[in-house]
Design a protein around this ligand. Structure first.
Ligand code: SF4
Length: 365
């Protein structure tokens, strides 16, 4: 049986676990330091930790559960990693360079059940949730890549926007957030962390109650139910009214800003009338809401959707701005590699299926 990832434990969980086995609490600080500051990849490298403790850790946990399967580097410095999990599944993680620092986009599930109609990831339904440790390890692997380049660069921002619906894996997501925020470890400030949801209203409420101080982004993508249901089938179960109630609860409870993600699809949701409807929907929430416009990255699997013209993006942005809505257009990263979320993974899976098919055909003669 595969051993669990040590990265899945929060500091308190690690300390409690070690103490159960008769070790002093300071051992947890030592181990934590080796994991997150010195970033070793094998327990045997923890040279000042007593050998019994090292053996105990090695008997129950592993540090490495992800294998780098493929890496694509873009001219703008974006790096897309495809990792193989212990069970053979593939997941994507992306490193992006911004003026304000380095951000990593992590995946939370193998596949996704939300089935947004524009998304390459949603074509492959969820086969399982990632553990908290597997989510943390994505960041560790990227940080180790940076360490090896010896440019003294540090991952400073995290976006939970990769494959999967993070709120459909809430417990593991919360463990992950606790680990990466810990000031004794990776020390990523909560304001530098953004979790993005397709709009699971009940989970937004639960998340607000946890008061984790991290940023929340909600994928809206349409200003009315008819259009949103067409783009995101989740809207049938959780219509915009219910989503907005949850957002209001979140704003009231946390007093934090929220980002509304809006992917621009040519002639589908990018007209002036949609922008005006969006303004109306946001209404009084405008003080605490920012709309993030995302020009669509076309994928072969969804040929019904095209990228909005540059002028339409500009006009949409201007309409929102003129009506007093905070708004930005997402900068693109890695346009020369498989830039859309899930694209690299789905291409790899398709290629290996095609290979198998070809092999079977050859074998069948
Ligand atoms: S956009 Fe996100 S929530 Fe929607 S199908 Fe893709 S991975 Fe799932």
């Amino acid at each position: 049986m595969n051993k669990a990832s040590i990265y899945g434990l929060t500091f308190d969980q690690l300390a409690a676990w070690l103490m159960e086995y008769g070790h002093k609490k300071f051992r947890a600080s030592q181990v934590w330091d080796w994991l997150y500051r010195k970033r070793v990849t094998d327990f045997s490298e923890m040279v000042d930790v007593n050998p019994d403790c090292i053996q105990l850790l090695a008997d129950h946990f592993t540090i490495q559960t992800l294998d780098e399967h493929l890496k694509q580097e873009s001219a703008d410095g974006t790096i897309k990693f495809l990792f193989k999990l212990q069970d053979g599944n593939l997941i994507e993680t992306v490193l992006m360079r911004h003026k304000y620092g380095l951000s990593v986009c992590v995946t939370t599930q193998v596949g996704c059940n939300i089935g947004c109609s524009f998304c390459a990831s949603g074509l492959l339904t969820k086969s399982r949730d990632l553990s908290g440790g597997e989510i943390v390890e994505q960041i560790m692997k990227v940080q180790l890549h940076l360490d090896q380049a010896k440019q003294d660069e540090r991952v400073s921002h995290i976006v939970v926007m990769g494959i999967g619906e993070p709120f459909d894996n809430l417990n593991n997501l919360v463990d992950f957030l606790q680990v990466i925020r810990d000031p004794k470890g990776l020390a990523i400030g909560p304001r530098h962390i953004t979790v993005s949801t397709s709009g699971l209203a009940d989970k937004i409420v639960e998340f607000a109650d946890m008061n984790l101080q991290v940023n929340l982004a909600v994928s809206l993508h349409a200003p009315n139910n008819e259009l949103r249901t067409r783009i995101m089938k989740i809207n049938r179960a959780i219509p915009i009214e219910k989503l907005m109630q949850a957002i209001d609860y979140y704003l009231e409870k946390t007093n934090r800003r929220i980002t509304l993600e809006y992917i621009l699809l040519k002639d589908v949701n990018d007209r002036r009338e949609h922008a005006l409807e969006l303004v109306e929907l946001i209404g009084e929430r405008r003080q605490l809401a920012t709309v993030n416009l995302i020009p669509y990255n076309p994928v072969d699997e969804h040929s019904q959707y095209q990228r909005s013209e540059h002028e339409s993006v500009r006009a949409f942005y201007d309409t929102l701005k003129k009506q007093g809505i905070n708004c930005s257009v997402r900068l693109e990263h890695g346009t020369d590699i498989d830039a859309a979320c899930g694209q690299l993974r789905s291409k790899q899976i398709k290629a290996s299926k095609d290979n198998n098919l070809d092999q079977n055909r050859t074998e069948a003669g």
